[in-house]
Design a protein around this ligand. Structure first.
Ligand code: FMN
Length: 341
């Protein structure tokens, strides 16, 4: 396949609660070079027009020095969106992202996130109300294809096109897919010619080849393809974007330095090394996919089982070091986190 041109595309980090945190963003940028954008895991604004101390841990400009951070809001109430957008602008942000994709039961039950997609009339009212104001901040949207059916996407695109949304990032799954099966790129492709907004493409982008094929397949979007967004694969291969820019893949020393820095920073934040270890296991669920040649897979799986069972901090650290030492480091991760539909 001829190489697509990635130079004019932003390569961005998907918002992932518990993973792409303030701790991750800073250390990732330091060790592997900053991504073009880091979307912050969602924040839910409440009726009281003030971010909590906990929310400010992620939102404070001090937490995001040296990187382009885009905060994300999860709400269906225009009033709450409006105060929060103003407050984010006051903090110095130039863009706020609206979450129209979260599939969690508690969120969808309140018709927020992917749940809001099932109420196009309410969604239209919401956009009417927020865009009626002279907002001091750009509003981008991250959306799924629909709540129950991919056929909802055409109507949603028609709705989004009516508003000055600064970019539309599509994770081409429906709510009931959760994160299972494969991204339904064919649905996005079929609708591509109708998307007038600047487009971002997300979902199951894992390798350089995937970046290139998405760049190629979606480049004819009428509003322009402006970004490729990666979540889980970046947890497996934190050097993915650096490689895409023609530089070196991750080395074992970097993976160890990355692990150590994250572990220490979470231990300081949680004031508990044990809780930090639990968090590190979430990263290793993905990170392990960058290790082990085909011949080494069954030994790696055994080591992985042990790693997730460990409860003692010293043992966990030696087990991580042993895995890094023993197994081959791959240049592309396996898609080991795929779950069938
Ligand atoms: C643990 C986890 C947390 C996530 N949190 C958010 C979130 O806060 N906001 C959001 O828009 N998407 C969230 N997502 C979805 C991702 O941003 C992304 O759309 C999805 O993982 C598909 O992209 P990927 O295949 O590159 O991971 C989350 C996904 C995971 C796995």
């Amino acid at each position: 396949m001829p190489q697509a041109d990635l130079t004019n595309l932003e390569l961005t980090v998907a918002p992932m609660e518990g993973l792409t945190t303030v701790v991750f963003r800073k250390i990732h940028a330091e060790i592997f070079g900053p991504a073009d954008r880091y979307y912050l895991p969602f924040v839910t604004p409440t009726i009281e027009p003030k971010f909590t101390e906990r929310q400010m841990r992620e939102l404070s400009p001090k937490a995001n020095i040296g990187i382009k951070a885009i905060p994300q809001l999860l709400t269906r109430r225009a009033e709450d969106f409006l105060w929060a957008a103003q407050a984010l602008s006051d903090l110095g942000y130039e863009e706020v992202n609206l979450n129209l994709g979260c599939p969690a039961g508690t969120v969808v039950a309140k018709a927020k996130g992917a749940g809001f997609l099932g109420d196009p009339i309410g969604l239209r009212e919401f956009f009417e109300r927020i865009f009626a104001k002279e907002l001091p901040i750009n509003v981008s949207v991250k959306t799924r294809l629909g709540l129950k059916n991919p056929e909802e996407f055409a109507g949603l695109v028609e709705l989004y096109n009516l508003y000055p949304i600064s970019r539309l990032i599509v994770h081409p799954r429906i709510r009931s897919d959760f994160y299972k099966g494969d991204a339904r790129r064919d649905v996005l492709l079929a609708e591509l010619a109708n998307i007038k907004l600047p487009l971002g493409c997300n979902g199951d982008i894992i390798t350089l080849e995937n970046l290139n094929s998405c760049a190629q397949d979606f480049s004819s979007a009428p509003g322009g393809l402006v970004e490729l967004m990666v979540g889980r694969a970046l947890m497996a291969d934190p050097a993915l974007f650096r490689k895409a820019r023609g530089k070196a893949p991750a080395g074992k020393d970097e993976i160890l330095a990355f692990h150590n820095a994250l572990f220490d920073a979470y231990a300081a934040l949680f004031e508990s090394r044990k809780n930090a270890m639990m968090r590190m296991k979430e990263y290793w669920f993905f990170q392990l996919n960058l290790f082990g040649s085909n011949d080494e897979i069954s030994a790696l799986q055994k080591s992985a089982k042990e790693l997730f069972r460990i409860r003692e901090i010293g043992e966990f650290q030696s087990s991580v070091c042993k895995i890094i030492d023993t197994f081959s480091l791959l240049t592309e991760p396996r898609y080991g986190w795929r779950k069938p539909l």
